[in-house]
Design a protein. Structure first.
Ligand code: ZN
Length: 291
């Protein structure tokens, strides 16, 4: 099980979220059979979505990150609920890029240049959509840039996915620290100094819990941990939702599927298969006619 720890500095200058997302990213890898580069790109996106999602207030709220770049991986999507439960996919899970000269996975090449869309569905008719340019394609910098430009919230974001020799996920996690209005300048200085001194997050997560990582980022600052939440890779698809999606295609499409003898749809988030026979599809057409 993955989990999120949330904290606030005692003077109210900043809030912090740290997640151990290893099980989430490993589950995504199993479902989508991702290459190492795709595991890292999708894994970082899932990790960020889970942390940002956990900052929402209500049980129906949904947070979606969509990286629409021109890199080899194609579009990357991750959707989280308010507890940090998350699901996602990458358009090209087989993306295979040479390692960078420093020996790291080329996540930026996988993502490419383009836009980051941040959608908040808060149960109203239209979701709130924020858009910003992808600045590096390394995901964490793009999240921080989005917050700075679109929401005017100074944000420190660190994300890490470490892939083992057998391509499974060795460690994965993230840190998100946001300044609140009227944050104390002294606290800001300490946060920046701490972040500059720390080793890469994947290194820290090898031997440290999220609570210990949090303590390193907030060293020298008084803070309170206010909760710890379990979260996981969770898909919300169902046969009923799939049927609704089929109906929304319209009668003509359904008639074609009936002529083909039925249809099988797989969920793009969890790869679950939903079979609809010709007679199932005829019932859906009847449903459309009734509307
Ligand atoms: Zn699903």
């Amino acid at each position: 099980m993955s989990y999120i720890v949330r904290a606030m500095t005692r003077d109210g200058s900043a809030r912090a979220v740290v997640i151990d997302a290893k099980s989430i990213v490993e589950r995504a890898r199993e479902i989508h059979s991702t290459s190492p580069t795709a595991t890292a790109a999708l894994g970082r996106t899932l990790t960020a979505a889970s942390m940002i999602g956990s900052l929402m207030g209500n049980s129906d709220d949904l947070l979606t990150l969509r990286f629409k770049g021109d890199g080899n991986g194609g579009t990357i999507v991750a959707t989280s609920d308010y507890l940090g439960n998350v699901r996602g996919f990458i358009q090209n899970p087989n993306v295979d890029l040479p390692l960078k000269s420093n020996g790291k996975l080329d996540v930026a090449g996988c993502v490419g240049a383009g836009q980051l869309y941040v959608l908040r569905d808060l149960g109203e008719s239209e979701p709130y959509v924020g858009i910003s340019d992808i600045v590096s394609g390394e995901i964490a910098e793009d999240i921080a840039a989005y917050y700075a430009k679109s929401e005017q919230i100074p944000t420190l974001c660190a994300l890490g996915v470490l892939i083992g020799v057998d391509y499974s996920v060795e460690t994965a996690g993230g840190v998100l620290i946001q300044l609140l209005p009227n944050a104390d300048e002294g606290i800001i200085d300490i946060l920046e100094q701490n972040a500059a001194k720390l080793p890469p997050l994947t290194t820290m997560l090898k031997s440290m819990t999220p609570e210990e990582v949090l303590a390193e980022f907030l060293k020298g600052i008084e803070y309170d941990v206010f909760d710890k939440m379990d979260c996981e890779y969770l898909c919300t698809c169902s046969r009923e939702r799939t049927a609704n999606a089929l109906m929304s295609l319209g009668k003509k499409e359904l008639e074609e599927m009936i002529a083909d003898g039925g249809a099988e749809l797989s969920c793009q988030f969890c790869d679950k298969k939903y079979k609809f026979s010709a007679s199932d599809l005829r019932e859906l057409v009847k449903g459309i006619n009734k509307k």
